[in-house]
Design a protein around this ligand. Structure first.
Ligand code: MN
Length: 251
């Protein structure tokens, strides 16, 4: 039995000869990771009012990476000059969808912007620009340091008693890094499950839910070369199968 995993896409604005167009797009790597893990990916474009109906179509969720969240949504009245491409509809949609998903205990995996959405949805805040607001020597934007997307640029130390450590079967995880923002104040109910060597939060989870995991890196870019990065997708799919089976029995 394959579970359906809803994936949130990114709005992309493109100007061509015929004018300016907005597309909702998702990197194929997210889709391929869900398929490789045994799930059926379903892209969920941002929209108002339909979160409940969309949740009824899926067994689990993947919140993808993308542009920055509106700082006003976590109570920051300053907008850092590097905060980019804020998209009010995507913010609103993802915040509503993730809160409803958590209420109903949907298995939920949150990548990069996704971990930030998870923290903001539950009442946490973000560092708007790590290089200005956090003392570090690590290449958290590894493209600036010449690393390829599947190459690791720093290590994350996982809490041994965490969903993260169980997924990777390790407490030392070699990760890539493509973020200029990060978790600042942790939301109530969330637990930090992984740190970079500099102390930056790289993974959070909700211990009172079956599977709600956020990671600041991009495992979907790494799983082909480094199979351990498929493991969190497999855990998501397994939890989604369990939820589907439980609901089937209840019907
Ligand atoms: Mn990082």
């Amino acid at each position: 039995m394959k579970p359906v995993i809803g994936i949130t896409p990114s709005p992309i604005v493109e100007t061509t000869a015929s004018g300016t167009h907005e597309r909702y797009a998702i990197a194929a790597s997210y889709v391929n990771a869900i398929i490789a893990a045994g799930g059926i990916p379903l892209i969920l474009p941002p929209q108002d009012e339909n979160a409940d109906a969309l949740l009824a179509l899926v067994d689990g969720l993947l919140f993808s990476g993308g542009a920055d969240i509106d700082p006003a949504l976590y109570g920051d009245s300053d907008v850092h000059p590097t905060t980019y491409d804020v998209h009010p509809l995507r913010d609103r949609f993802e915040l509503e969808l993730i809160n409803k998903a958590i209420e109903q205990d949907y298995p939920t995996f949150c990548i990069c912007r996704g971990i930030q959405i998870l923290n903001v949805a539950r009442g946490g805040t973000l560092l708007q620009h790590v290089p200005d607001q956090f003392e570090t020597e690590l290449p958290h934007r590894q493209q600036d340091a010449g690393f390829k997307s599947h190459e690791y640029s720093h290590v994350v130390t996982a809490n041994p008693d965490s969903t993260l450590a169980r997924a990777y079967r390790s407490t030392e995880i070699k990760v890539n890094s493509y973020h200029h923002q990060a978790v600042k104040d942790l939301a109530p109910g969330l637990a930090v499950s992984g740190h970079a060597e500099d102390g930056l939060v790289e993974s959070v989870e909700l211990p009172d839910r079956t599977f709600v995991l956020g990671v600041q890196w991009h495992p979907e870019m790494m799983f082909r070369e480094h199979p351990e990065h498929l493991e969190p997708f497999k855990q998501l799919v397994e939890a989604a199968i369990s939820r589907k089976l439980t609901n089937a029995t209840a019907d």
